[in-house]
Design a protein around this ligand. Sequence first.
Ligand SMILES: NC(=O)c1ccc[n+]([C@@H]2O[C@H](COP(=O)([O-])OP(=O)(O)OC[C@H]3O[C@@H](n4cnc5c(N)ncnc54)[C@H](O)[C@@H]3O)[C@@H](O)[C@H]2O)c1
Ligand SMILES: O=C(O)CC[C@@H](O)C(=O)O
Length: 472
Amino acid sequence: MTSPQNIQNIPNIQQLANSLNEVSLSTSPTNTFSGSFNSFKARRLSTTNKAKPLKPFSTGDFKILLLENVNQTAIDILSKQGYQIEFHKTSLGEAELIEKIKDVHAIGIRSKTKLTEKILSHAANLVSIGCFCIGTNQVDLEYAAKKGIAVFNSPFSNSRSVAELVIAEIITLARQLGDRSIELHSGTWNKVSAKCWEIRGKTLGIVGYGHIGAQLSVLAEAMGMNVIYYDVQMIMSMGTAKQVGSLKELLNNADFVTLHVPELPETKGMISTAQFNEMKQGSYLINASRGTVVDIPALIEARKSGRVAGFALDVFPNEPAKNGVDLFNNDLNAWASELTSLGNVILSPHIGGSTEEAQSAIGVEVGSALVKYINEGSSIGSVNFPEVDLRTLSQDQVNHVRVLYIHQNVPGVLRTVNEIFAEHNIDKQFSDSEGDIAYLMADISDVYESDIKKLYEQLEQTPFKIRTRLLY
Ligand SMILES: NC(=O)c1ccc[n+]([C@@H]2O[C@H](COP(=O)([O-])OP(=O)(O)OC[C@H]3O[C@@H](n4cnc5c(N)ncnc54)[C@H](O)[C@@H]3O)[C@@H](O)[C@H]2O)c1
Ligand SMILES: O=C(O)CC[C@@H](O)C(=O)O
């Protein structure tokens, strides 16, 4: 249960009703419009039949659930818009999340909240998901797109923080610093130099040369390391780093191997017994990507045999949903206690991107992307949607509606939709598709309040519609 201090600005039903007091709700909440944010607006307008200028888009009805302690910068940006915000420091269990998600229009998460098909199938009103992190593997992106839910993330705001942590881990492993620190914490003075190394002149092998890998490459070279990297894409090197043709070539030549690939079907278990056997004797492994990329029992064996002289794990296959949970005393990570019995092992609780700088930048980036999508329909930066945008609507424009129409990517849609628009003037229109879904944005004018309900219903009744929103 969330304590009251963790919740900000949750409106109750009465407050919500007060915010809608311009018109009375004469229709039943379970009429044909029920279950979507826009239908709510359409229901309000359906009570008025006289032609009069439209009101500007009002954000006060919009509910956002923010989980996992997303940064204050995001809360500030979203609150400023007048949205109703419910904030929790932790993730939520499945049952509680299903209850909450039924009611909200957007949700903000980090890496722990799994938004599966099961959970999203209850999200009747949800139009957008903000992942306040880089990874989006915790969300069923395809299912979200099919439901017309746009997902946003922050592709590089924490890259530098991860790269700096990895540099720290390379030196810590090379100098067995973690072990010396643990020993001295319990009073043991153990001054050794055997098997402790400088990193200058050693070879760093980076698997996945994207935002983090490339940052790391620059930092490592600045400290005198040779850098090689393996990536499925041909990528221009930073400095004098060299791309190698295969993972095997990288493993054969690197003194330190560091993983920076996304979690994908092809990266699950990517580093297992066969790959450890290709690594140099006495080399090191660092994983700050996703826990499933490394086969941990195989890693434990590689450490015991000395093939691997030390390793650092920032990520785990099953991570607890909140702080304070004992990682080792649960049956999700059966091998976990073995990790602590091995020497020269660094374990950290998925903190690669956890710096003040990164979290604040992520809050601004994802918070702003959500506002642009909610208020204007812009899907620029979405990871599962066609990217569509039109210039910002002026508040002076009257009798003007922006139509956001997410639909199946099949022939005949534009003809049908433009027939529906025929009574009005189409000022601007843009449409794009990605896979099975397409997104059309149109600014139409000569629209009166009495037209709104009909316009909404006609679009909703088209056979290929996924979701309709009208902004005005
Ligand atoms: N520990 C943390 O706190 C933390 C923080 C941020 C990101 N991450 C993780 O790190 C991952 C990488 O982040 P990024 O920003 O550098 O991502 P990115 O998308 O910029 O780069 C990933 C690179 O991996 C490559 N790649 C994909 N599949 C590959 C494969 N099978 N073999 C080799 N290369 C492959 C891609 O071509 C790409 O160049 C994220 O997906 C996320 O899961 C962890
Ligand atoms: O902040 C988090 O929970 C996730 C950090 C990192 O793994 C990411 O994907 O950005």
